[in-house]
Design a protein around this ligand. Structure first.
Ligand SMILES: [Zn+2]
Length: 508
């Protein structure tokens, strides 16, 4: 049968070492989808129980539970036709495309049996009339069958469909109660938990459940939430109340299996867009917030960049040879997996990057290697702007003085929380909202402008602050402390604010 190997490879697990009940032909076997569904139900129930405090141990992983469920489930004989019938008609957890494949497979088998029966009948008739026998073809022409590509996790999942008499079936115990926190005692060896049981709900189909998990994964990422959120008691209670049919995954599944499936989808979409086209590879390194050294690689195909990989290289030497290994791996991936024609590779102008490019072009002379134009341009740009700003500062002494005074005010208020608090009160009283004072950053060229603009916006609040203090500026002065130095600095800042030309100068 054309799809028989597919049956044993992805849909059904067969234990080649164990005969089914001393059966001379058939082995023990289980439906992967039923086993996986049962394990996920248990995992979700265990996570619920942990979040409700009904279980003190950590929830077990899906892999452990799958093995447990299979060990506790009666096997079936490895009869090919019966398994296709299970997948086509009986299995409640099989994905739609597998069900369709099973139905096609059964139809093919039916046609073959019909054909053979007709041949047999004809031969019987012929032998009765002493005519030559008709030879049946060894196989019926197979209708093209779709290849099922399952994820890594799916292919690893174990099997089964018949739950042993001692154990409740997914349909009889777990599904009818939804995600109730009910853990069958037979599965984890602990006494049964008789907690709150939600009303009976219709379980979702495999496809709907997968779509829910994928959307949830995206939601958590887009909202910048911690994976842990899905295991929080309130989260689980919320979904159990409003979406009782949804099987809530844990953080392990969401950040592992589900995320990998989503990433595979992205790569599949990318392949379609880049296959057979010319592309330029590029890589660059940076440190993330936790000071981990990262190198990201991308390929630019017809003006559209696509991310290849992001590598953690914290524990690796920062040398050209090490970078070359990474770039060679990425080129292989782009060429062999994505089928992109890599024509060039681009890096920044750092020493090890430049050396790596020289080594790369020696190994792959057909490549064009280039410095990142933007990096050079930014460097040049920065130098030029620095020079320009420097020139303005030199030429326009008055301008420098105004900016310096503005910065003194911003820095002093930002550094003294009591003063900042009083300014915020004044803003609330004046505008009904509070805005932050912006300290300019040297390499962000518009930030000086934004800083001054913000200060001008708050002019009335500053004036109100001074007005409220009235003659008693001491309240503001001691915001910085009672030391002579601190008081002197505070007076300087307040002097700036009280100067009649300070605000008109800033506005101009
Ligand atoms: Zn099944």
């Amino acid at each position: 049968m054309v799809n028989e190997s597919q049956l044993w490879k992805t849909h059904v697990t067969k234990d080649d070492n164990k005969r089914y009940k001393n059966n001379g032909t058939h082995k023990e076997s289980w439906c992967n989808y039923c086993i996986r569904h049962e394990a996920r139900q248990l995992r979700s129930a265990q996570l619920d129980a942990v979040s409700m405090g009904a279980r003190t141990d950590e929830a077990e992983s899906e892999a452990v539970l799958e093995k447990r469920v299979r060990d506790n489930t009666n096997p079936r004989p490895s009869k090919v036709k019966e398994w296709w019938e299970h997948l086509a008609k009986k299995c409640a957890h099989v994905p739609d495309h597998v069900k369709e494949e099973a139905q096609r497979e059964l139809e093919m088998r039916r046609q073959k049996e019909d054909h053979n029966r007709r041949v047999r009948d004809a031969n019987k008739e012929n032998s009765a009339q002493s005519l030559p026998a008709i030879v049946a073809p060894s196989s019926v022409p197979a209708t093209p069958s779709r290849t099922i590509i399952l994820s890594r996790t799916e292919s690893l999942a174990s099997v089964n469909s018949t739950i042993s008499p001692n154990h409740s079936t997914p349909e009889s115990s777990l599904s009818p109660h939804g995600r109730s926190g009910l853990i069958p005692s037979s599965m984890d060896g602990s006494p049964p938990y008789y907690g709150e049981i939600f009303s009976q709900t219709q379980p979702w189909s495999e496809a709907r459940q997968a779509e829910f998990a994928a959307d949830l994964c995206r939601l958590v990422i887009v909202c910048n939430m911690a994976w842990l959120a899905v295991e929080m008691p309130y989260w689980r209670a919320f979904f159990a109340k409003w979406l009782p049919s949804a099987l809530m995954p844990g953080r392990q599944e969401l950040s592992g299996r589900v995320l990998n499936e989503e990433a595979d989808k992205v790569v599949a979409e990318m392949k379609v867009k880049v296959e057979g086209r010319y592309g330029t590879g590029q890589c660059d390194g940076w440190k993330n917030v936790s000071k981990t050294s990262i190198i990201g690689t991308m390929v630019n195909v017809e003006y559209t960049p696509h991310i290849l990989h992001v590598d953690n290289v914290t524990d690796k030497p920062k040398t050209a040879v090490e970078l070359l290994k990474l770039v060679e791996r990425e080129i292989r991936y782009a060429v062999e997996v994505l089928k992109v024609v890599i024509v060039a590779w681009c890096t920044d102008a750092s020493g090890e990057s430049a050396k790596m490019r020289r080594l790369l072009v020696r190994k792959m002379p057909h490549l064009v290697v280039v410095d990142c134009w933007a990096h050079q341009k930014i460097n040049l740009f920065c130098v030029k702007i620095n020079l320009i700003v420097g020139d303005i500062f030199k030429i326009t002494h008055r301008f420098v003085e105004i900016i310096n005074n503005a910065l003194e005010v911003v820095k002093w208020f930002n550094n003294h929380s009591r003063a900042l608090g009083l300014l915020r009160d004044a803003q609330m009283a004046k505008f009904g909202l509070t805005l932050t004072l912006i300290l300019p950053v040297l390499t962000r060229w518009t930030s000086h402008y934004l800083s001054v603009t913000r200060l001008v916006k708050l002019e009335l609040a500053f004036k109100q602050l001074l007005l409220d203090a009235g003659e008693n500026l001491e309240v503001l002065i001691v915001c910085a402390g009672t030391k002579a130095d601190a008081k002197r600095k505070a007076k300087e800042v307040l002097d700036i604010l009280e100067r009649p030309d300070f605000w008109p100068d800033l506005r101009s």
